[in-house]
Design a protein around this ligand. Structure first.
Ligand SMILES: [Zn+2]
Length: 389
């Protein structure tokens, strides 16, 4: 039984933006969707109830971190990730590849898989395509990802080509392992997504996409972008990858990003996002608002008794002032991290909600222009792909 489905509800008349619905065994998700990152089976500082109140529809769990601690077997014993963290809505787990390569300098990659040392205790581990599928089956996410070899920027053509070949071979093995495990694991079915790589080389992006399309995954991610390459290149690659993915499949832009980048990507036809920016920045007293970032520790807010954003509907803006939040940060109160996270995540959820409304009314381009006019992007955050924190 395959209960994963993606349906397009409405295509914008003037752009490639679309509103859709992803159906999973843990309920439906409306797209475009932003998935908060719950690295260690927790979105830092928040409870699963908080996430629901903020309006999160689907969250992301990190296979690498959960495999090392507390271990996928323990989570399986608990009844899976949903039960373990008391989250009954959809979950996507990544393959762990990105963390293996970004957190460990001493990885050894071969056709077999990737050997790495734990960043926690230095112990040795091997991730093969079969192993990461087995771990993700134990975790029980609704959407799971293939193991890929991400390359960082800049990267030579030869290196990117070699990684592409491996990614494509691994995708086939993941697909095979997934088929074999399907009937053994959880009662609910899991959808396996492919990941298009190829760095900033159009030819390699196309080759990667073509190889993956043959495997007919129920959805596709675009990986390895927003790693320091020029913004125009990022979106050229996004457009190219999108042109290779059939219209009726969901498209997931991994690790991107900033509100303005997400709005741009939605207009090009991206359906899914994840990024640690709203949560990580919030814990560093940097809040997202529709005017750009607000550094709440700044002295100008010392006697500012207005909310972070008077038009924001989150519980923090309804109840607390900038001066109070600044005070909490300055005195090191842990509640500061939680309140800031609630606001910033709510802002991301609301951004997707408003974008969807505009698409449904065929006014997305007008809305986008207005949003980008008001939003002051911050160069510092422009290139910040990260999926674990
Ligand atoms: Zn707010």
């Amino acid at each position: 039984m395959n209960s994963f489905e993606f349906r397009i509800v409405k295509k914008d008349k003037n752009s490639k933006a679309r509103v859709g619905v992803i159906k999973t065994p843990h309920g439906e998700v409306s797209t475009p969707v932003f998935m908060p990152v719950g690295t260690q089976a927790s979105v830092k500082t928040l409870s699963s109830e908080d996430l629901k109140e903020i309006g999160a529809e689907m969250i992301l769990g990190n296979t690498y971190h959960l495999y090392l601690r507390p271990g996928d077997q323990l989570i399986q014993k608990a009844g899976g990730l949903h039960k373990f963290m008391s989250w009954d809505r959809p979950i996507l787990t990544d393959s762990g590849g990105f963390q293996v390569f970004s957190l460990n300098s001493l990885t050894k990659t071969s056709e077999e898989g990737v050997r790495f040392q734990s960043h926690l205790d230095g112990s040795y581990h091997l991730f093969t395509p079969e192993k990461v599928i087995e771990i993700q089956h134990a975790l029980g996410g609704d959407i799971i990802m293939v193991l890929d070899e991400p390359v960082f920027y800049p990267c030579s053509f030869e290196q990117a080509e070699r990684a592409n070949q491996l990614t494509s071979n691994w995708a086939k093995r993941c697909e095979q392992a997934h088929k074999e495990l399907k009937n053994k694991g959880f009662k609910h079915s899991q959808a396996l997504f492919g990941i298009i790589q190829g760095s900033t080389y159009p030819e390699l992006r196309k080759n990667s996409a073509d190889a993956l399309m043959k495997l007919d995954f129920p959805g596709y991610a675009i990986g390895g972008l927003s790693l320091g390459e020029p913004k125009t290149t990022t979106f050229e690659m996004v457009d190219l990858c999108i042109s290779c993915i059939p219209d009726e499949k969901p498209r997931y832009l991994m690790g991107v990003g900033t509100p303005d980048d997400m709005v741009e990507a939605v207009s090009r036809g991206i359906d899914m996002f994840d990024c640690v920016l709203p949560t990580r920045n919030a814990r560093n007293a940097s809040l997202f608002t529709r005017f750009g970032r607000l550094i709440i520790k700044n002295s100008e807010y010392a006697e500012d008794f207005s909310p972070i954003d008077p038009e924001c509907g989150c519980s923090v803006c309804k109840n607390y002032s900038r001066a109070y939040l600044r005070h909490l940060f300055n005195t090191g109160e842990v509640s500061a991290l939680r309140l800031a996270t609630i606001h910033s995540l709510y802002f991301y959820m609301d951004l997707m909600r408003v974008a969807k409304e505009a698409i449904l009314k065929d006014s997305f381009l007008e809305w986008k222009t207005e949003f980008l006019r008001e939003y002051q992007s911050d160069e510092k955050d422009e290139q910040n792909n990260s999926r674990s924190n």
